[in-house]
Design a protein around this ligand. Structure first.
Ligand SMILES: Cc1cc2nc3c(=O)[nH]c(=O)nc-3n(C[C@H](O)[C@H](O)[C@H](O)COP(=O)(O)O)c2cc1C
Length: 498
C-alpha cells in the first residue's frame, strides 16, 4: 500500500451542487482481497472479480460498502490517482459491478435523499424502456410500495431493482396515479428542480415501476399482463424467477429470527379417541392395489442409464397421469371443459405437461410438449442452452449424482383460470400442480420407475426454451423421472442433513 494514502477518501468533499448523484455498493456486498491481491466482491452468492485494485480503489470500495459517495467526486479522484487510464478502469469496474446487482445509485437534493435504485434481487432482469422525457408517465398497477429495513421502497414484480423513496419522491408519486409529464409534475412539486424530477422518474423507469406513453389517449394495450392481478404476479415472480429475489430456496431465512417449530403440533386438551390401525396387508389382499402403491411410493434419486426408460413406458406414464380424456362443453355454452385423470377446479384444466428428455429409448433428447388429447409429443427445443440449464438445475435440486433421464415440466396457461376465477386463480394453479405431482408419483411407483418432485424451477429458462410469452404460459412445477436401478433403495433428505 505504498500508493496513495495521498488521496484518502475520507477527504471527499461534499459538493456544493444541491442535486448530487451518489453511488455505493449494494447492501450485503462484501469486499475481500485474495492472497494474490485481487479484489473479490460477493453478494447473495454472486461473485465479481475486478482484478488487482489500486490502493485508492481498495479504500473506496471498502468505504462504499456502508455509505454512498458523490459520483463526480469519485471520478475526479480516480483521475487524479490513476490518470485517464485509472478513471477508465474505475468507470468500467463500476459498470461491471452494476451488471451483477452490486451497485446502488442515489440522488440527493440539498442533502436529503430523493430516490435511490436499490438492487433487491441478484439480477439481471428484463430491461424496461428507459425514461423518455417526451412521454407521459404513470405508476404501473403492479407497483407495490412497502417498508423494507426502515426505508420506503417501490418495486415491480418483473424487476430485480427497487426504488427507495425520499420524502419529495413520495409527494411526487401521488401525481403519478394517472398519466402526467415530468413538466406537469414540476408545477406541483415546487421543492424539487425539474432535473431532480427527471432523474427520479429515470430511477422508477429502470425498476419498471412506471409505464410510459406517447399516445394522446394514454394506455398502450397490456398484452398478456392483462390477465394478471398484482398479488398473483408478485407471488409467481418471487417463487419462479430466481433473478428478482435476493435469496432462493433452502437458505434458512428464519434461523436467526425465530425458533423453529416442533415437528409435532401441540395437542388439543380435549378428550382423545384412539383409532383402529388398519391391517394394510389385509387391505392389499382384499384387492386394493392403491394401498400397495401408496405404501411403496418413495422419492428415488438414481436412474439406471444402462437400462433407460423407453417410449412405451413414457407413453403409458403420460397416458395414465395427464392425458385429456375428453372435452365437455358447459351447459351454458360459455366454455369447454376438459376431462383428465386428475381433478382440477372447475374442470378448466390450465396445466400442460412438457417432457425434457436426456436419455429415453425411442425419444430424441430435447424438450417435448405432450398433446394430451391426441396422446402424442411435439418437439419444442433441442437439449442445449436453457433446456440444459433446466436439466442441470433439476439434477442439483433432486440431489442426484447423474443428470435425470427425464424431467417433466408442468406449465400453466394462466389465462384459462384467470379468465374465470377472481383472486384464487394463482393459488388454484399451485394446488393443481400438487395434485398432478402426486399422480406422477403414484403412477411412477406402480410402473416401477424412479420419481422425485422438485420444489424449485426457473420460469425464465422455460420461456427461453419454448419462445412463449411467459405471462401467458409459464412453468410452475418440475418432476424428475427415470428407470430404477435394481435393488436401489430410497435415500431420505435427512441423509444429506437437509
Ligand atoms: C412439492 C414437492 C417438492 C419437492 N422438492 C424436492 C426437491 O427440490 N428436491 C428433492 O430432492 N426432493 C424434493 N421433494 C421430495 C421430498 O424430499 C420427499 O417427498 C420427502 O423427502 C419424503 O420422501 P418420500 O417422497 O420418499 O416419501 C419434493 C416433494 C414435493 C411433494
Amino acid at each position: 500500500m505504498t500508493e496513495m494514502t495521498l488521496l484518502a477518501t475520507d477527504t471527499i468533499a461534499e459538493p456544493v451542487a444541491r442535486l448530487v448523484k451518489r453511488v455505493r455498493l449494494s447492501r450485503g456486498t462484501e469486499v475481500t482481497l485474495t492472497d494474490d491481491g485481487e479484489a473479490r466482491l460477493t453478494r447473495n452468492g454472486t461473485t465479481a472479480g475486478i482484478g488487482r485494485p489500486s490502493a485508492w480503489t481498495s479504500k473506496v470500495l471498502r468505504r462504499l460498502q456502508s455509505e454512498s459517495l458523490p459520483e463526480d467526486e469519485l471520478q475526479s479522484q480516480a483521475l487524479a490517482a490513476g490518470g485517464p487510464a485509472g478513471l477508465f478502469r474505475w468507470v468500467e469496474n463500476l459498470r461491471r459491478l452494476d451488471s451483477t446487482g452490486m451497485v446502488e445509485r442515489s440522488l440527493t437534493h440539498a442533502g436529503e435523499l430523493v430516490s435511490s435504485v436499490r438492487p433487491m434481487g441478484t439480477g439481471p432482469s428484463d430491461k424496461p424502456p428507459a425514461f423518455d422525457p417526451t412521454a407521459r408517465q404513470r405508476l404501473s398497477r403492479f407497483t407495490v410500495i412497502q417498508v423494507v429495513d426502515g426505508a420506503l421502497v417501490a418495486g415491480h414484480p418483473a424487476s430485480h431493482l427497487s426504488v427507495e423513496l425520499g420524502p419529495a419522491a413520495v409527494e411526487m408519486l401521488a401525481h403519478l396515479r394517472d398519466w402526467i409529464s415530468w413538466e406537469e409534475i414540476g408545477k406541483s412539486v415546487s421543492a424539487l428542480p425539474g432535473s431532480a424530477i427527471r432523474a427520479m422518474l429515470d430511477h422508477l423507469a429502470r425498476a419498471a415501476a412506471i409505464e410510459q406513453t406517447n399516445t394522446a389517449g394514454g394506455s398502450e394495450p397490456e398484452g398478456s399482463a392483462i390477465q394478471w392481478n398484482s398479488f398473483d404476479w408478485w407471488l409467481h415472480s418471487r417463487s419462479r424467477n430466481q433473478r428478482v429475489v435476493a435469496g432462493w430456496g433452502a437458505t434458512y431465512p428464519g434461523r436467526d429470527r425465530f425458533d423453529k417449530l416442533d415437528p409435532i403440533p401441540e395437542p388439543y386438551l380435549g378428550p382423545m379417541l384412539e383409532l383402529p390401525v388398519p391391517d394394510l396387508s389385509e387391505v392389499a389382499r382384499s384387492g386394493s392395489a392403491l394401498v400397495t402403491v401408496m405404501e411403496r411410493r418413495r422419492s428415488l434419486r438414481k436412474h439406471d442409464d444402462e437400462h433407460p426408460m423407453d417410449v412405451v413406458q413414457l407413453g403409458e406414464f403420460l397416458y395414465r397421469t395427464a392425458r385429456t380424456r375428453g372435452l365437455v362443453p358447459t351447459a351454458d355454452g360459455v366454455d369447454v371443459l376438459l376431462d383428465r385423470p386428475y381433478p382440477a377446479g372447475g374442470s378448466v384444466h390450465e396445466l400442460e405437461t412438457y417432457v425434457l428428455v436426456r436419455h429415453c429409448d425411442g425419444v430424441a433428447a430435447g424438450l417435448w410438449h405432450y398433446q394430451g388429447r391426441e396422446h402424442r409429443l411435439v418437439r419444442v427445443a433441442e437439449l442445449d442452452g436453457p433446456t440444459q440449464d433446466m436439466l442441470t438445475a433439476g439434477q442439483t435440486a433432486a440431489l442426484m449424482d447423474t443428470p435425470p433421464q427425464l424431467m417433466l415440466i408442468v406449465a400453466a396457461r394462466f389465462g384459462r383460470l384467470m379468465w374465470k376465477y377472481e383472486t384464487i386463480a394463482y393459488a388454484l394453479i399451485l394446488k393443481h400442480v400438487g395434485v398432478l405431482l402426486n399422480n406422477f408419483y403414484l403412477v411412477a411407483t406402480d410402473m416401477g420407475l424412479a420419481p422425485t418432485a422438485i420444489g424449485s424451477g426457473d420460469a425464465l429458462s422455460f420461456a427461453e426454451a419454448t419462445g412463449r410469452d411467459r405471462m401467458a404460459e409459464g412453468s410452475v412445477g418440475e418432476f424428475v423421472l427415470g428407470s430404477l436401478p435394481a435393488g436401489h433403495t430410497p435415500q431420505y433428505m435427512t441423509q444429506w442433513g437437509a
